[in-house]
Design a binder for this molecule. Structure first.
Ligand SMILES: NCc1[nH]cc(CCC(=O)O)c1CC(=O)O
Ligand SMILES: [Mg+2]
Length: 337
């Protein structure tokens, strides 16, 4: 500042002046939230005409493929840009090596094909790459005799899983496994197979979080998982390390990156955006959703206002978008204005 007197001295400056009326608040607002900023995670299950409510995620269900197509269509009508798919694989299709992930007719691929056949480019389909919905032990990769998740052997399988999803029509491949080197390996394979425009959104800074509990119920891996995921997901104590994770994934070909969980990690999202300037997404995870729902159910807050404020905070931090189980509800609120 080149002024002699401080430019923000009271009473010449009253920061309440621009807050006094609604039109003025609208005029000076720095960030905005629209349905295009929302990515809606959906859980797929076997069968036809099935809606299977998830106990630990009140208001969220697993849907059979027909229901998933209907949900995707609803989302597209409201201007939601993209959905994220997660399969609840039947116990008998799970195995030690997660081979079902490579089956071209697995639940995930059938859902992708059905959505793309019905909706084409009206909505993006993002698919999770990791083996936890397919393994009998619930870990995201292949394990050795001690239960340690093997890096390089897992990456080979993830490459196959990503190609399988791309062949079914996935628009964005989103590896959530946290193996080192998987972004480069998947990008090279996509290029080699002609999938030049299939994007990669890397779960680059994914933490070993206690907020994933309800999700593990949803995909049916919570009862199976022994131990934790701390040997591959990040330590919640670390921030600088997240920047190294992101730098590597960008170098390996990620089009965008994700920080996960969301609200407790807004500092990470903001640092990633400021450092690298690429599209950053945040995953407001299942435990965060459950927290808001529990608060609303206890009569302790205005659910709609809490949802919109939370999502706006991600935008202020610099996120291009948010993966949230509240996406449909929020899009309806935004449409109402
Ligand atoms: N690859 C697993 C995966 N992909 C998305 C989530 C969590 C999402 C949520 O909690 O909403 C998880 C859980 C985990 O790492 O155990
Ligand atoms: Mg990494």
């Amino acid at each position: 500042m080149t002024h002699n007197s401080p430019p923000t001295a009271y009473p010449a400056t009253r920061l309440r002046r621009t807050r006094a009326t609604r039109w003025s608040r609208d005029m000076v607002r720095e960030t905005s939230l629209s349905p295009a900023n929302l990515i809606w995670p959906l859980f797929v299950t076997e069968g036809e005409g099935v809606e299977d409510p998830i106990g630990s995620l009140p208001g969220v269900s697993r849907w059979s493929v027909d229901g998933i197509v209907a949900r995707a269509s609803e989302a597209a009508d409201l201007g939601i840009a993209c959905i994220a798919l997660f399969p609840n694989t039947q116990a008998e299709r799970r195995s030690q090596d997660g081979a079902e992930a490579l089956n071209p007719d697995n639940l995930m691929c059938r859902a992708i094909r059905a959505i793309k056949a019905e909706l084409g480019d009206q909505i993006g389909v993002l698919t999770d790459v990791a083996l936890d919905p397919y393994t009998a032990h619930g870990q995201d990769g292949l394990v050795d005799d001690e239960g340690y998740v093997l890096n390089d052997a897992t990456v080979e399988v993830l490459v196959g899983q990503a190609l399988n999803q791309a062949a079914a029509g996935a628009d964005i491949i989103a590896p959530s496994d946290m193996m080192d080197g998987r972004i480069g390996a998947i990008r090279a394979a996509l290029e080699a197979h002609g999938y030049h425009n299939v994007q990669i959104m890397s779960y680059a800074a994914k933490y070993a979080s206690a907020f994933y509990g309800p999700f593990r119920d949803a995909v049916g891996s919570s009862g199976l998982l022994k131990g934790d995921k701390k040997s591959y997901q990040m330590d919640p104590a670390n921030g600088d390390e997240a920047l190294r994770e992101v730098a590597m994934d960008i170098a390996e070909g990620a089009d965008s990156v994700m920080v996960k969980p969301g609200m407790p990690y807004l500092d990470i999202a903001a640092r990633v955006k400021q450092t690298f300037g690429l599209p950053v997404y945040a995953y407001m995870v299942s435990g965060e959703y459950a927290m808001i729902e529990a608060m609303a159910a206890a009569g302790a807050g205005d659910r709609d206002a809490v949802v919109l404020e939370s999502l706006l905070a991600f935008r202020r931090a610099g996120c291009s978008g948010i993966l949230t189980y509240h996406a449909l509800h929020a899009a309806k609120l935004l449409a109402r204005g």
